[in-house]
Design a protein around this ligand. Sequence first.
Ligand SMILES: Nc1ncnc2c1ncn2[C@@H]1O[C@H](COP(=O)(O)OP(=O)(O)OP(=O)(O)O)[C@@H](O)[C@H]1O
Length: 249
Amino acid sequence: MRGRGKAARLGITLDMTDVSLTREGCAILRGISVRADEARIGVVGRNGSGKSTLARVIAGLELPDEGRVRLGGTDMARDRRAAIRTVGILFQNPDHQIIFPTVDEEIAFGLRQLGRTVAEAAEGVRAILARFGKAHWAGAAIHPLSQGQKQLVCLMSILAMRPQLIVLDEPLSGLDIPTRMQLMRYLESAEAQLIHISHDPDVLRDYERVLWIADGRIAQDGAAAPVLAAFTAEMERLGGMDDIADLAG
Ligand SMILES: Nc1ncnc2c1ncn2[C@@H]1O[C@H](COP(=O)(O)OP(=O)(O)OP(=O)(O)O)[C@@H](O)[C@H]1O
């Protein structure tokens, strides 16, 4: 993210108004309102604060009980065809994302969902593998790949679809530093907006905007430096305490 233009705009607006979501009697999101069109938006918060749920709501994978969510004016939960064209989501665990046994099938699936013919999808697979220097993965089985390699397959599957927005739900945790840096560079090369959930404030340091989620609400929303400083100070204060009785859930 280093050195990225601060005023970059890629053209899609996230618009959430009074969004609340309750599951099994547990209020997970509580009246979240945010309007954002920055190219790089970070999301921080403690375990269980509602970040992943927020990511799923933004991507249209969960319907809130109350409130309104729009991406570029469209409700992604109700218009799945628009969602497929508009937003990709990358999860922490690639095994939760991958559904096909081979690299080609996995990447081709998204392209077929976009309405491409079999031949067009095959060409898309070939092109993205070549772009990432992985042409030799054509036809390869996914199961023997490492966590980082599987994460790269997920990333290529999403980038091949050219979404306007990519939601990253901690996809880099658990990866070694070089793999993390490479995947971040790949993401940086994508002409897509990023909403990036991370427990590592340093990853989000140069982002244009950061949302701090606490107990299903927006605790702070603003420029990265002050929000991350306040968040880090609070996490260190809590970390200095002796118990984790306040951990959400
Ligand atoms: N389907 C569900 N039913 C009941 N509770 C749920 C459900 N999904 C999430 N929760 C609860 O909602 C809270 C927020 O979960 P969420 O996964 O969004 O948090 P998070 O901020 O992403 O956490 P982490 O940083 O640990 O990944 C947690 O207390 C979780 O147990």
